[in-house]
Structures are given as structure tokens and as C-alpha cells.
Design a protein around this ligand. Sequence first.
Ligand code: SAH
Length: 343
Amino acid sequence: MDIRSMYMDELASVIAGMGEKPFRAKQLFSWLHEKQAASYDEMTNLPAGLRNRLAEEYPLITLKEAAHLVSKKDGTEKFLFELEDHNVIESVLMKYHHGNSVCISSQVGCAMGCLFCASTKNGLVRSLTASEMLEQVYRIQAASGERVANVVVMGMGEPLQNYDGLLRFIKLISDEHGINISQRNITVSTCGLVPQIKKLAEEKLAITLALSLHASTDEERERLMPVAKKYKLAELIPAMKDYFETTGRRVTFEYALVSGQNDSEEDAKRLSALLKGFPCHVNLIPVNDVTESGLKKPDRKGIDVFHKKLEKYGINVTIRREMGADINGACGQLRNSFIERLE
Ligand code: SAH
């Protein structure tokens, strides 16, 4: 296993196995996660012999910046990182007055096949390791020179299909001896893998779980998201309720508005009925046409009408601001244009 993916007790056995004193493991953990070292050379309070041995047996993997774009419109920054195996992934830095937020990828590509999503166009290549997820946050914090306050796992990939990597990532990024980002400031978005949602509830984490709902009936949802054929609303919504009851954490529903597909008054009414009495938050996302699928967002007025309707039915709802539109802000877009250039 990659050394930056290891928990403290795992590092302790590596260090013990090398015949070193236990406090070296704590120093190593601090270099890896608190100071976010990019190489063993930086770990100046470790003996050179130990550093050399670690470098040989546990090569330290650091993401390389392949591209870095800054939006002239809103300051959003997009990073394209190259992995050891030369695959590329995207991450986004968004600056808000309540702090910097980083959107990370959980997989190279995606297997889920959602009609509107650019990340899934070429299918799934592989899941990321915990270390590759952590590194996206660490490199962005280092590049910006400013503290990362929030992390959203909403970039490329389906995080719950990378369950073990995700769990390790969450535990390491919220470790008080590491970068120490509170679990309350972490959001994980899923297309709705019911067994994994149930499993995640049992971990009793303090993160926010967001479900990509995007429709108020199974038929409509199936048209946009192939995964809806497998998991119906009748088990998905109760799984989210169960998540809230088990963890005490309010959940979010994401709803990408697509003109003529899921934006009618009937949709607003059905959606409200589906979520009635459930303490949750709905985030409306005007769909970004990135897949040549011909899907269009409703016009400004259509979006406002849908928003108002939900409010009228007592739903706690916001519209997501579109950020970084001039730098291929939507997930998967930048990577696709990069891959096309290479081809
Ligand atoms: N696989 C996870 C997380 C990645 S996608 C999931 O499905 O939730 C993050 C969010 O962006 C999801 O809600 C997804 O449906 C949405 N999304 C993807 N492509 C989009 C697009 N072109 N326009 C608007 N939202 C999009």
C-alpha cells in the first residue's frame, strides 16, 4: 500500500518493522499529512538512513500538476493532475467568503453512464487510492498558499464505488494530527448505490451525504441515469432517511434541471411530495450541456419558477451558482479536452 494511504497504526508497524523507535511513526505521519511533504528529502528531522530506506521501500507518490487554469469570471481554479501511471484527473478550487472549497475526483473516469455527465464518456479506468484523493487537496493547498476549509467529493467518479479508498480518505483528511479538515466540512455525492449508502450510515461519520436525484419518478430518472434501473426511488429515499436517522446529519438532494425533461410543475409537485417531512436540502443545478447529448438547461425564468414552486411546498432549496464556466468548470470537461489534444 502507498505510504500516504496508511493509518497511524499501519505506519507504526512499518516503522517498528524497520527497527526504529515508535516516535518516528508520529513524525512521519506529521510530514505526510500535517505538513503535506512532497518528498522524503523534506523530512529533515528523520535520520537520513531511515529516509533512504523509506524512499526505497515505500516510494512517496505526489501528484504532478499537468494544467492549472484560473477563471477570469469568478476566480475558480481548475487543476489537472497527472498520476504515476500517467492517467489524468481533475480537481477544482472554489473561493467563497466562508473559506476555500476543493472539489476532488474519486476515480479516473466513471462507470455510471449518466447521460449529462462528461466524466463517464470514456467509461471507468480505475479507482483512486486514498493517497491520490488526499494529494489533490494537499497540492491545491500548497499551490494556493491558503487553507482548504471544505472538501466536496463531486469530481470525476462514483465515490461509493471506491468505498474503501473513500473511507480511508475521510478518516485521514479529518485526522487531528493531519490536515485536520472537520468531517462536518466534507460532502460526498453519490448517484445512489443503495447497499453502500446503508453501509456508510453504519460508519456514523459526520460528513454530509448528497444524493444525485435529478428526477421525481423512476421512469424519468432511468432516462438520465442508468443506475436508476437497479435502485428504485422506493428504496433510495428510505436509505437516505435511514442515513439521516443513523448519523443525525441532514442530507442533500441534487437536482440537475433539464429543460423539458424534469422541470415541469408536475415534477416540482412530485419532488416535494417525495421529500415531504424529511429534513433535507435540495440543490438545483442548471444542467451544463457538456456531452453533446442535446440536454439544455431551462431558461432563467423556468429555473426561478421551479425554485419558487419547491419553496411554496416547504422544501429547503437553493440554486447552485455556476462557477468557472470559462475554464471548463463542469467535471470531466477539462480532462476530455486534454485527452483529445493528446490523441
Ligand atoms: N458520481 C457522483 C459524484 C460526481 S458528479 C454523483 O453522481 O453524485 C457530481 C454532481 O454533478 C452530480 O450531482 C452529477 O449528477 C452532477 N453533474 C454531472 N454532470 C453534470 C452536468 N453536465 N450538469 C449538471 N450537473 C452535472
